[in-house]
Unconditional design. Structure first.
Ligand SMILES: Cc1ncc(C[n+]2csc(CCOP(=O)(O)OP(=O)(O)O)c2C)c(N)n1
Length: 561
């Protein structure tokens, strides 16, 4: 059977079980859009290509599946770069398809030509330019395979217009040819045995989970391991949700804005078991003094991330789920002897740190942003899918929302992309129409992709946006306060729109809270509506995020307020 490139493309997506594409059309992809029209494949029309990639990313983080985005050539393609880099830094599986000018025009500065494979080479796991229609089907399947296997990441496939129009035989390759099992890494059982030995000997162990635990769907194995060995757990920003925040073993996040107890525990432990984390500078602070008393076991699927930043005693290259499952088997089969007295002393010390860190909010009649998030956490029972923007809003969410499940915290950790949260929340809500999905935003970040309100309203997505409106680019203001003598150079946000009216003009619901007593009623009302809702909270302009470790300092050197 002979088919057009555009038809083969759509059939290959369907063979990959793709159910949703986030995209934006243009000249170079018209043939594809015509096929989408005929096939009635679910396509979500965003308002900006950056929104499309973040939405595909949010869909991927919430579902654990590969997110898919389709855009046109030139400016359509270049508008995706921030979203691709965001997914790359956080190891999110995604395939971005870009239109390209017809092959004879490539390299001629043709209308809407951009060398998108060249531009994205440093921020994709892999990228392809499909020059022959005969290679199309295989390339699409390879792209999906690469995106989800090993350490996941974004893959870009550039599709010239003439390749989409050309015809060829359609052999309908089975995507299973490229399934992940073939390349599944063999777990180093010997290394796990040694890890077990070290855990058994340790008196003051800590587990540090990263995004790799969520990517590997290993949260259950982690919980079971930590609970049976009674080891306290900290999770990096990307690992949040990988361990229940309700557990007595939960320490909170470590690092620059980590909890006092997490940073103290990491700094005083004798063994640190790290799973699926890459030792970001935001986590380690000064690396020379990171976990100074600990032997480090690092479990990671990517051999290249072992010893990249921090020297480890024992590397375990492999899938976090398999590794933790094997550790659980060893614990169960060897009648793991728990050093009761020592463990009690260690957990007691941690409990003491938790008590020392407790500080009431300094009230001054304004709404405290932390309180908005705590109230939200109570009202949703920690069960919502929460996306964040970047800045103070993101750190307060990580600190004060009690996450209980994996794939419920969607946040740009590695690149720190303002404008990420709202479209990511849209992607998650498309995947889970019945769940509560919320974007927690600053008044700066929300304005970076606010046009996606039209997308949310158009598809009747009941996404909620909570704006912690402090009239500033809050996190940058905080740094200026601390390190630049309070010279607030261009961080005061004047002339922001009236977010309530803006929401209404898009056809969404807008609500506002100006006083502390209005927080709970507004949240309750907003959460009860099955519509797109923007809730604007006028919060204390001068509130800062604490604890804080100054950049380059040791994580024990925390400012608590
Ligand atoms: C695209 C982008 N531009 C600039 C920055 C630098 N930056 C980090 S936090 C921040 C301020 C964020 O302000 P706002 O969204 O109002 O959130 P708040 O910190 O007040 O919660 C800025 C400008 C960034 N992270 N991303």
């Amino acid at each position: 059977m002979k088919l057009k490139g555009a038809q083969i493309f759509i059939r290959s997506l369907i063979a990959e079980d793709v159910d949703t594409i986030f995209g934006y059309p243009g000249g170079a992809v018209l043939d594809i859009y015509d096929e989408i029209f005929k096939e009635r494949l679910r396509h979500i029309l965003v308002r900006h290509e950056q929104g499309g990639v973040h939405a595909a990313d949010g869909y991927a983080r919430a579902t654990g599946r590969v997110g898919v985005c389709l855009v046109t050539s030139g400016p359509g393609a270049t508008n995706t770069v921030t979203g691709i880099a965001t997914a790359y830094m956080d190891s999110i599986p995604m395939v971005v398809f870009t239109g390209q000018v017809a092959t004879p025009y490539i390299g001629t500065d043709a209308f809407q030509e951009a060398d998108i494979t060249g531009i994205t080479r440093p921020c994709t796991k892999h990228n392809f330019l499909v020059r022959r229609v005969e290679d199309l089907e295989q390339t699409v399947h390879e792209a999906f395979h690469i995106a989800r296997s090993g350490r996941p990441g974004p893959v870009l496939v550039d599709l010239p217009k003439d390749v989409m129009q050309a015809e060829t035989d359609y052999p309908a390759l089975s995507p299973s040819t490229f399934r992940d099992e073939e390349t599944a890494l063999h777990l180093d059982q010997d290394a796990i045995q040694r890890a077990y030995g070290m855990i058994k000997k340790s008196k003051r162990p800590v587990i540090m989970a990263g995004g790799g635990v969520i990517g590997a769907k290993a949260a259950e194995e982690l919980r079971s391991f930590a609970e049976s060995a009674r080891i306290p757990v900290t999770a990096t920003l990307m690992g949040i949700g990988g361990f229940p925040g309700t557990s007595p073993l939960w320490l909170g996040m470590p690092g620059m804005h980590g909890t006092y107890q997490a940073n103290m525990a990491v700094s005083h432990c004798d063994l640190l078991v790290v799973a699926g984390a890459r030792f970001s500078d935001r986590v380690t602070g000064k690396t020379a003094t990171f976990a100074p008393k600990a032997k480090i076991i690092q479990i990671d699927i990517d051999a290249a991330s072992i010893d990249k930043v921090v020297r480890t005693e024992l590397p375990v290259v492999g899938d976090a789920k398999q590794a933790l499952a094997f550790l659980n088997t060893l614990l169960a089969n060897n009648h793991f002897y728990l050093p009761e007295e020592e463990r009690k002393a260690w957990l007691g010390e941690i409990a003491q740190w938790k008590t020392e860190a407790r500080r009431p909010l300094r009230r001054n009649g304004t709404i405290k942003p932390q309180e908005v998030i705590r109230t939200l956490s109570d009202l949703t029972g920690g069960d919502a899918i929460i996306a964040t923007e970047v800045g103070q809003n993101q750190m307060w969410t990580a600190q004060h929302y009690c996450f209980t499940r994996p794939n419920t915290f969607l946040s740009s950790g590695g690149l720190g992309t303002m404008g990420y949260g709202f479209p990511a929340a849209i992607g998650a809500q498309v995947a889970f129409p019945e769940r509560t999905v919320i974007d927690i935003a600053g008044d700066g970040s929300i304005q970076m992709n606010i046009q996606e309100l039209a997308t949310a309203v158009n598809y009747r997505l009941p996404v909620k946006v909570i704006i912690l409106n402090n009239g500033h680019l809050g996190m940058v203001r905080q740094w200026q306060e601390l390190f630049y003598g309070k010279r607030y150079s261009h961080t005061v946000l004047t002339k922001s729109p009236d977010f309530v009216k803006l929401a209404e003009s898009y056809g969404a619901v807008g609500l506002r809270a100006d006083k502390p007593e209005e927080v709970e009623p507004v949240l309750t009302q907003g959460l009860s509506l099955r519509e797109t809702v923007v809730m604007d909270f006028t919060v204390d302009q001068e509130e800062s995020v604490y604890p804080m470790v100054n950049p380059g300092a040791s994580i024990t050197e925390m400012r608590l307020y």
